[in-house]
Design a binder for this molecule. Structure first.
Ligand SMILES: Nc1ncnc2c1ncn2[C@@H]1O[C@H](COP(=O)(O)OP(=O)(O)OP(=O)(O)O)[C@@H](O)[C@H]1O
Ligand SMILES: [Mg+2]
Length: 306
């Protein structure tokens, strides 16, 4: 699909989201704290429309961005979770063999015979996420999240790419199904392998960085509403400093949220030595715990004040 051939967003979506700010506000209302860069990428994904590829370290909010986009647009989220070995029958559609067998048996019991055409109809089709997204009737397009595409193998990536480029699929027994409202596509990758250039060329690309401690505190307070701002800021500063150590699993936002929830529940007012007992919320291996504890008792507090 070239820029010139692009169909453009549906008029309804265009009216509801005339500019980046309108989408940023809707995302904020949907509970997602967005910076101008990501808001722009998502706006373009919705309005051009063009698939957007989100990359970033674990837990920076890639999956949540797509979920929040669907909430902001008030449209269904269709999620395809990729994994090693995933194939078209799990992603697109499959025939419901048990149901077909049952129909055959029931027909036999009535002394009837079913023709093949009776068995390969929409009634016997199991729709998987890609087909569900293509068939969505609107009024607004669905948001299709293809999550962790790097986990799937090359062939599956190529297959997905073709399907999204065409916005249609041919089911031999039924014919070609063309999307009435092509979905808004968000792809995510954790970079366990490089995605193909052809796919990347077709997508907008956005790298989601770890948020600043201030922005991270804003995110955490959305999820832990009874958390105190000073404690949350101390925790996000400490987490940011931890990421500077050579940790096996640097903590993401989810861990930071868990940590502040734990500190709040326990009534720990500051991220100081009292917080040592709760480090299991943020650090998930013995080596990482030892590395942080080895920095000395004042380090967490210094981190918080840095
Ligand atoms: N900007 C944000 N606004 C609100 N919540 C956020 C934001 N970023 C992250 N979160 C929260 O942080 C947690 C982790 O986010 P998410 O699961 O989207 O990360 P991810 O990048 O998909 O991670 P992974 O690579 O492990 O799948 C979720 O609970 C999510 O709600
Ligand atoms: Mg994710």
């Amino acid at each position: 699909m070239t820029g010139a051939a692009r169909a453009g967003a549906s008029p309804e979506v265009a009216t509801a989201f005339p500019d980046v700010d309108a989408l940023a506000t809707a995302l904020d209302t949907a509970g997602y704290v967005v910076d101008p860069g990501l808001a722009t990428a998502l706006f373009l994904a919705v309005r051009l429309p063009q698939p957007v590829l989100l990359e970033g370290e674990p837990g920076v909010g890639k999956t949540e961005a797509a979920k929040a986009l669907a909430r902001a647009l008030d449209t269904p989220l269709v999620r395809l979770q990729c994994y090693e070995g995933i194939d078209a029958s799990e992603a697109l559609y499959e025939w419901n063999y048990p149901r077909q067998m049952l129909a055959i048996r029931m027909a036999e019991a009535r002394d009837e015979r079913l023709a093949e055409a009776d068995l390969f109809t929409r009634d016997y089709l199991l729709r998987r996420p890609l087909l569900t997204a293509l068939e969505h009737q609107g009024p607004r397009p669905a948001v299709l999240l293809v999550d962790e595409l790097d986990r799937a193998d090359d062939d599956f990536e190529a297959f997905t790419f073709e399907l999204l480029a065409e916005s249609s699929v041919t089911i031999p027994e039924l014919g070609t199904i063309t999307a009435a409202r092509p979905p808004i596509v968000v792809l995510t990758s954790n970079r366990t392998r490089d995605l193909h250039d052809a796919l990347k060329r077709r997508c907008l690309y956005h790298w989601i960085d770890y948020p600043s401690p201030e922005r991270a505190a804003e995110i955490v307070r959305r999820r832990v509403p009874d958390s105190a701002l000073p404690l949350t800021l101390e925790a996000t500063a400490a987490v940011s400093r931890m990421r500077g150590l050579d940790l096996e699993k640097p903590p993401g936002i989810a861990e930071t949220i868990d940590w502040v929830a734990a500190l709040t529940l326990l009534g720990v007012p500051h991220v100081d030595t009292d917080a040592f007992g709760t480090l299991g919320s943020v650090l998930k291996s013995r080596d990482d715990l030892e590395l942080v504890q080895a920095q000395g008792r004042g380090w967490l507090t210094d981190a918080a004040r840095a």
